[in-house]
Design a protein around this ligand. Structure first.
Ligand SMILES: Cc1cc2nc3c(=O)[nH]c(=O)nc-3n(C[C@H](O)[C@H](O)[C@H](O)COP(=O)(O)OP(=O)(O)OC[C@H]3O[C@@H](n4cnc5c(N)ncnc54)[C@H](O)[C@@H]3O)c2cc1C
Length: 469
């Protein structure tokens, strides 16, 4: 407790109102706790304000424009299609506003007290919340830290008007004529694709030997082919060295295959990873243990080394994804409320909203083989599916990884339109311990992309109908 300050008591304090924190707060309140959530920025965190949602809105708008321009195959020709980018941004901001006000309504509806300000640990039962004008101590029984992450800044690429991070790329006032993207991870690929669709000349500089590391080559090859059609240049094994700002743009120098090159653009988007927000929280005051990789060490209930303090989302090990943060939020809230809940990450999907979309859940073929598992990898192409043909969108496949002895589904990868939605069925199959036969015998509506999943299961069983064995 801080002298001279009357602390406010609460059962559970949640620090950070992103998809981890606000979900944890609501679940803890549902379970009967008095909950306070502290947020220094905007409710909804990175995901709703400057991440998942605005990026998908921008991608959706860019698709609309691109398909309006390129639907000649289907007999549709549109002339004078234009983009009013100010309106695109306004529309995108409207989507964000609806969701963030929704989060506020949900928190209030569940009687969660919302406190604005920056939280700092005083000890393991007190935090101090500060805003510009005041400071207040809160005494808690349990705390959930959900403070998320921020973009990494490279020393030779200090952020400015023209050297931008993902937040800057999402809020540009103009469509760049030329855009350089440093980092071919999912954020760089998604935003690069969106601006390429809107007409920018995009160059992606990737330090590794391929973009979208973590996804199978068969999948990334489809994305690269599509990017090439949009005239996106991908330079791999490219080490970005420095940037010089010119009057109206940037000159970026990089090394590729032993040669130094310089390219010019209106903006350079640097998206090389994110840093956990753990450095300004006073964690040292409570002795919370960190891992070697600089994130907070937690057990299967998301409990830190301090018994009554939990941590979730981008600040704990595992992929920095919104649905992982929310999942952990529910587990932590349940654990605090005395439930025996524990995390189990086998069925955690990862999606790239590229063209085509990529999605994966559970084991890949290579991971299963590395672990010495005897598996079947069964593939069915979108090109053999009626709905995909009717959508004029046939690039891709569903690949199902099943155990050979009993047909248990242990993983799946999808490249293709709506892969992001289709992967949920396979996550459920893994969670529920289903076999290829369970999926094959489930009646899938016709004509749908879901039938591709059913047919991949039939391939696993050796009985596909719509391709010849
Ligand atoms: C461009 C982009 C696109 C993305 N797209 C996807 C996607 O499609 N799918 C997906 O799953 N993930 C996506 N992500 C990742 C996703 O946004 C994060 O994984 C997710 O937001 C993490 O949630 P979180 O609750 O851990 O933290 P955050 O969302 O980062 O929220 C943390 C909150 O804590 C607050 N905070 C920090 N410190 C304090 C403090 N001391 N006191 C009070 N408040 C504090 C912050 O202001 C913030 O609001 C994307 C990210 C980016 C940048």
């Amino acid at each position: 407790m801080v002298v001279g300050d009357f602390p406010i008591e609460t059962d559970t304090i949640v620090i950070g109102a992103g998809p981890g924190g606000y979900v944890a707060a609501i679940r803890a309140a549902q379970l009967g706790q008095k909950v306070t959530i502290v947020e220094k920025g905007s409710l909804g965190g990175v995901c709703l304000n400057v991440g998942c949602i605005p990026s998908k809105a921008l991608i959706a708008a860019s698709h609309r424009y691109e398909s309006a321009l390129h639907s000649d195959d289907m007999g549709i020709k549109a002339e004078n299609v234009t983009v009013d980018f100010t309106k695109v941004q306004e529309w995108k901001a409207g989507v964000v506003k609806k969701l963030t006000s929704g989060v506020e309504g949900l928190l209030k509806g569940n009687k969660v007290e919302i406190v604005r300000g920056e939280a700092y640990f005083v000890d393991d039962h007190n935090i101090r919340v500060m805003d510009e004008n005041s400071a207040q101590t809160y005494t808690f029984k349990n705390a959930i830290i959900a403070t998320g992450s921020r973009p990494i800044e490279l020393p030779s690429f200090k952020y400015s008007k023209r050297v931008i991070d993902s937040t800057g790329a999402l809020s540009l006032e103009e469509i760049p004529n030329k855009l350089i993207v440093i980092g071919g991870g999912y954020v760089g690929t998604e935003l690069g694709t969106a601006y390429a669709n809107l007409g920018s000349e995009v160059t992606i500089l990737e330090g590794a030997d391929d973009i979208l590391s973590g996804f199978e080559k068969q999948m990334t090859a489809l994305v690269k082919r599509n990017l090439k059609k949009k005239n996106v240049e991908i330079v791999t094994k490219a080490m970005a060295k420095g940037v010089e700002e010119t009057e109206n743009g940037v000159k970026v120098t990089f090394d590729a295959k032993g040669e130094e090159k310089t390219i010019e653009a209106d903006y350079v988007l640097v998206t090389v990873g994110r840093k956990p927000n753990t450095d300004e929280l006073g964690l040292e005051q409570v002795g919370i243990k960190m891992t070697d990789r600089g994130v907070i060490e937690v057990d299967k209930q998301c409990r830190t080394s301090v018994n009554n303090i939990f941590a979730i989302g981008d600040i704990v090990p595992g992929p920095p994804l919104a649905h992982k943060a929310s999942y952990e939020g529910k587990i932590a809230a349940e654990a605090i409320s005395g439930h025996p809940s524990e995390v189990d990450y086998l069925g955690i999907p990862a999606v790239v909203f590229s063209e085509p979309e990529l999605a994966t859940v559970g084991y890949t073929e290579a991971q299963a083989k590395d672990e010495g598992l005897d598996i079947t990898a069964a593939k069915f192409p979108f090109a053999a599916n009626g709905r995909a043909l009717a959508l004029n969108n046939t690039d891709g496949f569903v690949k199902l990884i099943t155990r050979k002895d009993d047909g248990l589904v242990i993983g799946a990868q999808i490249a293709g339109p709506s892969a992001s939605d289709m992967i949920s069925e396979l996550g459920l199959a893994i969670e529920a311990g289903m076999t290829a036969e369970d999926i094959a015998m489930t009646i899938h509506a016709h004509p749908t992309l879901g039938e591709i999943t059913m047919e991949a299961a039939e391939v696993a069983l050796g009985t596909p109908i719509h391709i010849v064995k």
